[in-house]
Design a protein. Structure first.
Length: 254
């Protein structure tokens, strides 16, 4: 009986161990999925920051162009207000964007070209403003060159924004896999754990009931044995006292 109880205990510990391992596995997967979800949300915000920064950079360059056109037409310094500090603002934004995309080699490779075009664009603007102050009208070639540079900046900006969005879509696709399959795995793990628990419960319950039945049978057998010993002892005492007619009845041994 002791052996059966020990066996039941081992089975109980084994079943509990499996259930615990499944629980730990599903917990780890849940934690990883939540981490990936938070990471995905962070990258969405990151993409929005990069896109907003690039748009702000282009917007400040448009301000510089607006100030340039106003001054070239009127010759009044008041129209240069949108241009004032525009170059410095653009450089600050560009540096911030480089830091934001430091993990992306493709984006980093485009910043030297972007910086070069921005420098050329402001050089053209400054040249036209200086010439206007001297009374020299800007040449068509210079204006076309400035427009061409600005168009190239816009194209490169769109490319960089598209690259960030494409990367975000790729990351979201990976995250959707976890979102889709993690609940299924957790549900399946919980079901398996429950089934294992029930199987071991009924198995151990059955063994315990069998052990109790065996114990009762042994106790009943022991009771009968003690009764038989008592009857035999009584008969032996009578025989020892000279009563040789005494007999053990079969019913006395039951």
């Amino acid at each position: 009986m002791t052996t059966k109880l020990q066996r039941s205990k081992r089975r109980l510990l084994f079943g509990f161990g499996i259930s615990l391992l499944i629980l730990i596995g599903s917990s780890i997967l849940s934690y990883y999925s939540i981490t990936q979800l938070l990471d995905s949300q962070s990258w969405v915000s990151h993409t929005a920051q990069v896109e907003s920064g690039l748009q702000n950079m282009v917007s400040r360059m448009k301000d510089a162009e607006t100030g340039q056109r106003g001054f070239l037409l009127s010759g009044e310094d008041v129209f240069l207000e949108p241009y004032t500090n525009a170059e410095e603002d653009v450089r600050i934004i560009l540096n911030e964007l480089q830091l934001l995309t430091s993990d992306n080699p493709q984006q980093q490779n485009d910043f030297p070209l972007m910086e070069k075009m921005i420098r050329e664009k402001f050089s053209v603007i400054e040249q036209t403003i200086t010439d206007r102050k001297r009374g020299i009208p800007p040449s068509v070639n210079t204006l076309y060159r400035g427009k061409s540079i600005m168009d190239s900046i816009r194209v490169l900006t769109k490319t960089m924004v598209a690259r960030e969005k494409k990367l975000m879509v790729s990351r979201d696709a990976k995250m959707n896999i976890f979102i889709r399959y993690t609940p299924v795995f957790i549900g399946l793990a919980a079901l398996i754990s429950l089934l294992i628990t029930l199987i071991f419960y009924f198995k151990i319950d059955s063994e315990i009931k069998a052990s109790f039945q065996l114990q009762r049978a042994l106790e009943e057998q022991q009771r009968k044995t003690e009764q038989q010993i008592e009857v035999i002892g009584s008969v032996a005492q009578k025989i020892a006292g000279g009563d040789y007619k005494v007999r053990i009845q079969e019913s006395d041994l039951e």
